[in-house]
Design a binder for this molecule. Structure first.
Ligand code: FES
Ligand SMILES: [Zn+2]
Length: 126
């Protein structure tokens, strides 16, 4: 069997509601992962695209977050209504959905404008 062309990781991490960074589970992470999986199957991509749930991707303030490899494209604030476009445009046609991409100023950097409070309080980790 040929290796996968793309591998998608969708965060489904669950935290208690009071956690300052929030979590993707409380923003429909599991449903979104199931929807991506179903849309991949429907698009006939099951053999070439693998969709996995993941633990925290450390982009919690941008949830629901997902990352697509091998390109390393990060998506943030993904909702159920975005799933069809991600699958069709990116996973099928190879064109990332620019409006949902997290900019470099957000991914793995303290410059992220969404992370201010948590980083300053030293709550940036798991
Ligand atoms: S809980 Fe989803 S990225 Fe951290
Ligand atoms: Zn950000």
């Amino acid at each position: 069997m040929a290796p996968y062309d793309r591998h998608v990781f969708v965060c489904t991490n669950q935290r208690e509601a009071s956690h300052p960074r929030g979590c993707c589970a409380n923003k429909d992470g599991a449903s979104i992962r199931e929807a991506v999986k179903a849309a991949v199957e429907q698009a006939g991509l099951s053999g070439t695209v693998r969709v996995n749930k993941s633990g925290c991707l450390d982009q919690c303030e941008h949830g629901v977050t997902m990352v697509v490899y091998p390109e390393g494209v990060w998506y943030g604030f993904v909702t159920l209504s975005d799933v069809e476009e991600i699958v069709r445009s990116h996973l099928k046609d190879g064109k990332p959905v620019e409006r949902l991409r997290l900019p470099d100023t957000c991914v793995n950097t303290s410059r992220c404008p969404h992370r201010g409070g948590a980083v300053q309080l030293g709550l940036g980790g798991l």
